[in-house]
Structures are given as structure tokens and as C-alpha cells.
Design a protein around this ligand. Structure first.
Ligand code: CNA
Length: 291
């Protein structure tokens, strides 16, 4: 058992020959799972790109919002608070808007894209809003952006669609001026928000459709870089059938769900080891992701 395998909970029926990264690689290569791998990702998949997660003590976004003087850290993604004080979210959006800060996909994003190229990926459900899966080459039909994206925008008062590029420009400019977000608000008759899902908002329809369609077929579920604390996303592992092998790759254990294999530690490191056991290093290098 390799040192990277911190905890393994294996059920008797598991078809893994050895319950470690190597065994997982053998299982992926030998099983007929083909297009039946589902990957769930969270902010931990993007931290090595330089984007902080929410909840990691010290480095997480929730520990670093003091400058906004919010009632609670979660307020920054609350519609009520956005209506009252949009400055905080608009300022944060400048950091989060895909492409503005030049964040690059991580090894983990590239691995998910490679799983697709190898014909193994049924779907990647992501909670992330950084667009890095797509930048790593994952086609949009393989991705469910469960918490929305910055690709589209809506006026929250009228429901009118607004070109995302207009909002992006306004976010860049700031509050004042003819191109700023205050002017955009006047133009559209209300505040304009990117279609990322705030607390209390509905998830995109694709989340529910694919949850229904994909999980009954899923034979391998890989959960990467998430504390699984935001619902309904966090309920997804429960949708996988009993015969599905459930793997966690995360810095810390996730208490609400019992995985068959838990690879604790940095996800890029585990992914690199997995890629090497799969013998896929060359293809990863071509994607710009492995040494
Ligand atoms: P979270 O609650 O902050 O959990 C992140 C998890 O990832 C934690 O368990 C960490 O221990 C773990 N982690 C952090 N870095 C690594 C690493 N390098 N390798 C392995 N594990 C790591 O975030 P969740 O994603 O669970 O919460 C869902 C929220 C976060 C969604 O609503 C997202 O929109 C939101 N979010 C997204 C981004 C992004 O798009 N990159 C960034 C911050 C927050």
C-alpha cells in the first residue's frame, strides 16, 4: 500500500485487486466502465492554480473577506446582501471572473479532460465557477456547471438577459462612470449579476437532468477537492448505485459520506501518481499537464 493512501474503506465486492492508486489504475484500465466514470469537483481542484477555496482555514476565501465587512462570509454570495451592497460581490468578481487573472488549469483539470479523450468520462459535475475545466479542453457537453458560470448574465430585478461581456466590462471599470456597474444597473433597470448560483437560488436544469440520467449508469465515482458541504451538490454521491466504486481525492476526509477509497492529500499529487500507473504520462504532457 503506497504512502499516499491514507485511509481505505473497502467493501468485499470491490473489484479492486489492490486497494490503492495502483489498484485504481488497474481497475480503470481493465474494467468495462468505459464512458461510465463520473467526476465531482470542488474548489480544491483549483487551489494549485492560485484560486483560494472557501473553507480551508487561513487561506480560504471565507477567512479573507474582512475588508468587505460582511455580516457573514456567506453574505458575499447572498442575493439579499447583493441587493443592499453590491460593491463587495462586484469587487470579488474581478478576481473570480475567468480569464481576467490568467489562472491556468491544474493537473487535475487536465486529467479530467484526458479521461474524456480516453473515452472514460460520462460527466464531470463541478461546483467551481472558474471555467478551468473548459480551458483544459473538456467539451461543454461533458460538463455540468452545477453552480452556474460567468458565461451569461441576468438583471436580477427584471429577469432580462444581459450580454456577459457588458457586465465583465462594468466589473472591470467599477462603480462609477458611463461603463461602470451603476450605469449598467440604470440601463437594465436593476442590478446585473453573472449567472453563478447564489445561496438560495435554483441550480441549472442540467444539474437535475444529468443527476437523473448519469448516476444510474455510473460505475466509478471520483470526488475531488470538495468539503461536500454545499447542498444539493453534496447529495450527489448518494445517487451512485451500490455497485459503483466511490473514490475521494481530497486534503481532508469528508465525514458525511463513506467512500470505498480515500486518497487524502494534494489532488494533483494523487492524480500524477494515478496517471503514471495508467501509463498516460505522454498524453498528459501533450495536454501540458505532467512532467
Ligand atoms: P470548500 O468547502 O472550500 O472545500 C474545498 C475542499 O478542497 C476542502 O475540503 C479542502 O481541504 C480541499 N482542498 C483544498 N485544496 C486542495 C488540494 N490542492 N488538493 C486536494 N484537496 C484540496 O469548497 P467546495 O468546493 O466544497 O464548496 C463549494 C463552493 C465553493 C461552490 O459553491 C463553489 O462555487 C465555491 N468556490 C469555487 C471556487 C472556484 O471556482 N475555483 C473557489 C472558491 C469557492
Amino acid at each position: 500500500m503506497g504512502p499516499s493512501l491514507a485511509r481505505v474503506l473497502a467493501q468485499d465486492f470491490l473489484p479492486l485487486k489492490s486497494r490503492c492508486v495502483k489498484g485504481l489504475a488497474e481497475w480503470i484500465l481493465s474494467s468495462p466502465c468505459r464512458r461510465n466514470i463520473v467526476v465531482l469537483t470542488g474548489a480544491g481542484a483549483s487551489t494549485s492554480a492560485g484560486i483560494p477555496d472557501f473553507r480551508s482555514p487561513g487561506t480560504g476565501l471565507y477567512d479573507n473577506l474582512q475588508k468587505y465587512d460582511l455580516p457573514t462570509p456567506q453574505s458575499i454570495f447572498s442575493l439579499d446582501y447583493f441587493r443592499k451592497a453590491p460593491e463587495a460581490f462586484y469587487e470579488l468578481a474581478r478576481d473570480l471572473w475567468p480569464g481576467l487573472q490568467g489562472y491556468k488549469p491544474t493537473l487535475t483539470h487536465r486529467f479530467i479532460s484526458l479521461l474524456d479523450k480516453k473515452g472514460r468520462l460520462l460527466r464531470c459535475f463541478t461546483q467551481n465557477i472558474d471555467g478551468l475545466e473548459r480551458l483544459a479542453g473538456l467539451p461543454s457537453e461533458r460538463l455540468v456547471a452545477a453552480h452556474g458560470s460567468f458565461d451569461t448574465a441576468t438583471c436580477i430585478r427584471t429577469g432580462r438577459r444581459v450580454p456577459a461581456e457588458e457586465l465583465r466590462q462594468a466589473v472591470l471599470v467599477g462603480k462609477e462612470g458611463p461603463q461602470g456597474w451603476q450605469a449598467l444597473r440604470e440601463k437594465y433597470g436593476g442590478l446585473v449579476k453573472p449567472d453563478i448560483v447564489f445561496f438560495g437560488e435554483d441550480l441549472p436544469a442540467a444539474f437535475f437532468t444529468h443527476r437523473r440520467q448519469d448516476f444510474s449508469k455510473c460505475q466509478l465515482l471520483v470526488v475531488i477537492g470538495t468539503s461536500l458541504s454545499v447542498y444539493p451538490f453534496a447529495s450527489l454521491p448518494h445517487e451512485a448505485p451500490g455497485s459503483c466504486l466511490k473514490v475521494l481525492i481530497n486534503r481532508e476526509d469528508v465525514l458525511d459520506f463513506s467512500f470505498d477509497v480515500s486518497l487524502l492529500g494534494d489532488c494533483d499529487e494523487h492524480v500524477q501518481e494515478l496517471v503514471s500507473h495508467l501509463g498516460w504520462q505522454e498524453e498528459m504532457s501533450e495536454l501540458g499537464g505532467a512532467d
